[in-house]
Design a protein around this ligand. Structure first.
Ligand code: PDD
Length: 294
């Protein structure tokens, strides 16, 4: 159990950390969040995650919870240090704040800001390198999936369905038969010509920060890619498949709906990009932003 949680300006013992019953996050899922991985004390892809947090807030006309990004970064580092997190995650949630229940946005409400951390004993890349199984399922979410909203019930249902089927992740399928993304990750395949395919970032998916970094790394490594939708049939017949997220990095997918992908082993490009992202996360890459400790 982590020692502290941050709630609206205070570092509280984790068990005492609470928000009000009339918080709009609780009543309307009127909030957004980010998950940032901490690897060897570094915040991986921090800038991208904080940029996306600002974007989500802007799309919902929600005020920033802190006066400056520097102040937010300072709180993140303080919580990580106080909780002794070397490898793990930091979770940030911002809601529109506390107000009497009314659908319309309240005019003068201070946003709620909550942060928690979690330790991860094994690094996620090592744990998942042998590849995972996914199942497909209908995408029953709303149409603004580009906003990282805390309204995650469809994904919770999907993850539960996947777990009950013995799979690691659910890949959600739009009405037209194309895969949108995973319940908490982005979906990728590799064609016979060794071209990466992942869906273009529109309102139909969350534009993963790991996804964006992997595209940059692929370009650096001279690996070709296409951003376009792909069908379940194309995914099942693909040479390779993999998924990306802050908590799983690049994870090979070796089975879709019980069918083996390629030769059933993690694909060559998935392994190469997994390695490249791992190095990037570790800071052995020109693009990486080293963690700035207070
Ligand atoms: N989920 N798509 C969805 C629907 C997600 O929830 C996530 C992340 C991603 C990958 O985004 P990123 O690379 O920025 O983590 C794609 C986080 C990890 C979560 O909810 O725990």
């Amino acid at each position: 159990m982590p020692r502290y949680a941050y709630v609206n300006g205070q570092y509280l013992p984790h068990r005492d950390a609470m928000v009000h019953v009339e918080d709009r996050g609780f009543q309307f899922a009127d909030g957004v969040y980010e998950v940032v991985t901490v690897q060897d004390g570094r915040l991986v892809d921090e800038e991208g995650h904080l940029n996306r947090l600002n974007r989500s807030l802007g799309e919902l006309q929600m005020a920033s919870p802190m006066a400056s990004r520097t102040a937010l970064e300072l709180v993140m580092r303080t919580l990580i240090r106080r909780n002794g997190v070397v490898n793990g995650i930091i979770y940030l949630q911002v809601t529109r704040g506390v107000a009497p229940r009314d659908f319309r946005y309240p005019s003068r409400t201070k946003p709620t800001l909550v942060m928690t951390t979690r330790h991860m004993d094994l690094n996620p890349v090592a744990r998942l390198e042998r590849g995972v199984a996914v199942i497909t399922m209908p995408d029953i979410r709303w149409k603004r999936r580009d906003i990282k909203s805390v309204a995650l019930l469809p994904q919770a249902m999907g993850k539960q369905m996947a777990a009950e089927a013995g799979a690691f992740e659910g890949w959600m399928v739009d009405d037209d038969g194309t895969i949108t993304e995973g319940c908490s990750s982005n979906a990728w395949i590799v064609t016979d010509d060794n071209v990466l395919v992942t869906r273009e970032p529109t309102t139909r998916i969350l534009n993963g920060i790991t996804r964006q970094s992997v595209l940059r790394l692929a370009a650096d490594e001279g690996i070709g890619f296409e951003e376009r939708p792909f069908s379940v049939a194309e995914a099942r017949a693909a040479k390779e498949a993999f998924l990306t997220s802050a908590t799983t990095y690049v994870t090979p997918v070796t089975q879709i709906d019980g069918e083996t992908i390629g030769d059933g082993l993690p694909g060559r490009l998935a392994r190469r990009l997994r390695q490249a992202y791992w190095q990037y996360a570790a800071g052995d890459h020109a693009d990486v932003q080293a963690a700035k400790g207070p």
